[in-house]
Design a protein around this ligand. Sequence first.
Ligand code: ADP
Ligand code: MG
Length: 677
Amino acid sequence: MNINEIKGIGPKKSALLNKELGIFTTEDMLGNYPVSYEDRSVIIPIGEIAADGVYFITASVVKIIKNYVYGNKGKMIKILVHDDTGGLEIIFFNASYYDKSFKVGEQYGFYGKVTFGKSGPQMVHPDFEKNSHEIKKEILPVYRTVKGITQKDLRKIAREAVSESININETLPVRILERNNICGRDFALKNIHFPADKKSFAAAKYRIIYEELFLLQTGLFIKGSSRCRTERGIAFSHDNYVGEFINSLNFTLTDAQQRVIREIVLDMESAVPMQRLVQGDVGSGKTVVAAAALYKAAKNGYQGVLMAPTELLADQHYDTFKNFFKNTDVKIGFLVSGISAKEKRETLEALKAGNIDILIGTHAVIQENVIFNKLGIVITDEQHRFGVEQRMKLAAKGNNPDILVMTATPIPRSLAVIIFGDLDISIIDELPPGRKQIITKVVSKKSRSAVYKKIEKLLNEGQQVYAVAPLIADSEAVEAVSAESLYEELCEKYPKYNPALLHGGMNQKEKDYIMQEFSEGKRGILAATVVIEVGINVPNATVMIVENAERFGLAQLHQLRGRVGRGEKQSYCYLITDPKSELGMERAKTIEETADGFVIAEKDLQMRGPGDFFGLRQHGLPQLVMADLVRHIGILNSLRSDVKEMLQEDPSLSLPYNRCVAEGVEKMFGSFENLGI
Ligand code: ADP
Ligand code: MG
C-alpha cells in the first residue's frame, strides 16, 4: 500500500517520507527498523518513582494551571496529576494550546523523563495519550525522524504496515528455520516494530540478524566458488626455481615462511588462478615470500609486479630485490611517479617489450599506459592501503594472472573469512629467530624528558631512534606534538647525532635522501610522522618513541612499534601519552601488554567496531542493517554449516524452497552479476 493512502499522511508528508527516508510503501516501512524503543509495557506507580529516569505512568488530572509565569522567561502550563500512590507535575513550556488537550478528572498515560524539582517529581513535555478506559500497555518503536515528520506519523504507518502483514513472504527455507528454532518473517517484522513482549522482541531481532548474516554468507560463498569454476589461469611448471632461490639466501626461512611459500607454489602450479592473502605480522618476513613467487614466475617466462603503497616502501623493496637477485639474470624495473620522464618512458618500453621480469612500484603501476608483455603474477603489499578495485585493475593487465596480497595488519581470522571471502588465506605466524621481544612502556607526559635522557646511552652505542609525532607542523587547532617542533627540539638536544626530519609533506627526493641517510646510519635520530608506519626496515634502529600516543589507533601503534626490533639488539618502544585521555591510555596499555598482532587486531575491533575497521566497505561488503560482524560473529559461525549444506545440495539455489534465498542474496548484493557468476 502506498503511504499516501494512509489517513493523516498527506501529499506533503508523503513527499518528505519518499525523499528523506526512502519510504514509499508500507512495505518499505517494514524494512525501516526502529532505532530504539519506549517501554510502556509496565506502568510505574508514581509513588515508586524515587530517582530521575524515563517512566510510563497513568494518572488523572487534578488541576490545570494556565499561563503560569516562570521567571521572566515566559508562560507555561502546569498540570497536576495523581494516581493511587502519589502525585506529579506535568509541565509544558510556551505551549498554551496544550490546555485544551486535558480535562480535570480524566485519566491519561504519560511517558517521559521525570526529574525532581523543588516541588517534587516533574515531567516536562511528556508524550501523552488519553484513554478513559484503560491505557494500552506496549513497547513502542522509536524511528529516525526528519523535520516535518513526527514519531506519531511513523508509528501510524508502521501500524498499518504490520496489520497488513498477510503479504509478508518467508525469505529463508522453512526447514532451516525449524531446525534452528527461528521465528518466521511475519512474526519477526511484527515484533521488531511492535514487540508483544521482550521475549518476542528477542526472537524477532535474532531472526532479522540471522537472515542478514545467512544471506551475506550465502553470497560470499557463491562469490568464492564462482571464480574456480569459470576462470582458467596460468599453470606454472613443476620446477625447483623456488628451492634455488631459497638456497641463495643468506638466512634460513622460518617454518611459517616455508609453509606459506609451499601454499603459494601449489597455487601457482595449478591452472586455477591464485587469489591468496598472506597475513604476517610486521617483521615476519613477507618480502622474501613475495620474491620467491616472483622469481618462479620470471623463470617461467612470465612477468610479475609488486605494488607498494608508498614510494618509500617501493624504493626499499627495489633495493631488497636487487640484492636478492644480484647473481641471477632476473631483470627488475622500478616505476613510481617520482622518477624522471625519461626513466619512466624507458621502463614502460622495456616492460612492454618483455625486457623487465619484475616491476616494483606504487600506484603508478596501475596507470593505463603501463602495458605488460606477459603478466603472470600480481602482488600487492600492505593490502589494506588498496581497494579491491585497484587490485583488479592491476590483474586486468594480464590474462587471469595469479594474485597475491600481503598485509601486516592482522585481521582476526573470523573476520578475514568474511572480508576476504574471495581469497584463500596464508598466515606467517612466526618471527625470524633471534628477535628479542620489544620492551614497550607507556609513559605519561610528565616523564617525557626522562625517556629522551635514557636514549642517549643507546645513541652513544651507535643505535638509532625513531621519534614519531601526530602532526607535521604545530597547529593552533590541535594540541599535539608536531614532527617539526620535535625535530627542532632534538637538534638542540642532540646535535651530535645529527637528527633528521621526515614527513608526508616533503617531496619524494627529500624523503628518499633522508631515508637513505638514516638507513646508512648517518643520522642517529629520525623525527617523523606516520609516513614511516608502513614497511620501513632499518635493523639498527632500536628505539621507537611515539608522542601523543593517544592520537593513534591500536593497529597503527603496533605498526609503528614494528619498525624496531628488526635486528639482534634489544629494542624499546615508548608511548608518551596524556593520562587524561582514557581511551588513549587503554590503547597504549594494550600495546604495552601485547606483542601479538592478532590479539591487538581483535582488541582494535572491539574498541572501534567493524564499521571503522579498515577495508570493510572498501572490500565491497554489502551494508548490514541490524547485524554486526563483531557482536554477532557467533551467529555467523553457527550458520555457516547450514549455508554450506544448502549450497552443496543446490549450488544455483534453483530448488523451489531455495528460491527465496536467491532473491534475498540478489537484493543484498545488488545482483548476481556482482557475485561474479
Ligand atoms: P615484513 O613482513 O614486515 O614485510 P620484511 O619482509 O621486511 O618483513 O622482513 C623484515 C626483516 O627480516 C628483513 O630485514 C628481512 O631480510 C629479514 N628476514 C626475513 N625473513 C628472515 C628469516 N627467515 N631469517 C632472518 N631474517 C629474515
Ligand atoms: Mg613488508
